[in-house]
Design a protein around this ligand. Structure first.
Ligand code: ZN
Length: 127
């Protein structure tokens, strides 16, 4: 299995003092950086697809908090739909909202490829 990330992106490495360093030139950088300011290596803050799947299964739309920088809109739409669902649980249809958001969160997480998580928060380059 090849673990090459398209677009030349490199995950951060942990540096001294709990910092993060560029894997190419060892310059210190910050988690929000998408490029190394010293050498230009594209950087990512990889997420684990396994963690995202577990969060979706157990906590529904909360999985989008884990990938919030890409999924903020989905998180808040899911949050609103869940609130409506909770308010409507008195008349059974509320459960359909909660179930719908849960299915949406799980399908959305399942169809994202490994590269989506490896390159996070950067978009996967088109081949
Ligand atoms: Zn660098």
């Amino acid at each position: 299995m090849s673990n090459v990330i398209p677009g030349g992106y490199q995950p951060f490495r942990s540096g001294p003092y709990n910092g993060l360093v560029c894997p190419t030139c060892n310059a210190e950088t910050v988690p929000s950086a998408i490029l190394c300011v010293k050498c230009g290596t594209p950087l990512s803050s990889p997420r684990s697809k396994g963690v995202a799947v577990v969060l979706a299964v157990i906590l529904s739309s909360t999985t989008w908090l884990y990938t919030y920088r890409r999924d903020a809109t989905k998180f808040w739409v899911g949050f609103a739909l869940n609130l409506i669902g909770i308010m409507l649980t008195g008349i059974d249809i509320g459960f359909a909202f909660l179930l719908g958001v849960w299915i949406w969160a799980n399908v959305d997480t399942a169809i994202k490829g490994e590269h989506w998580f490896q390159l996070y928060p950067n978009p996967v380059p088109r081949a």
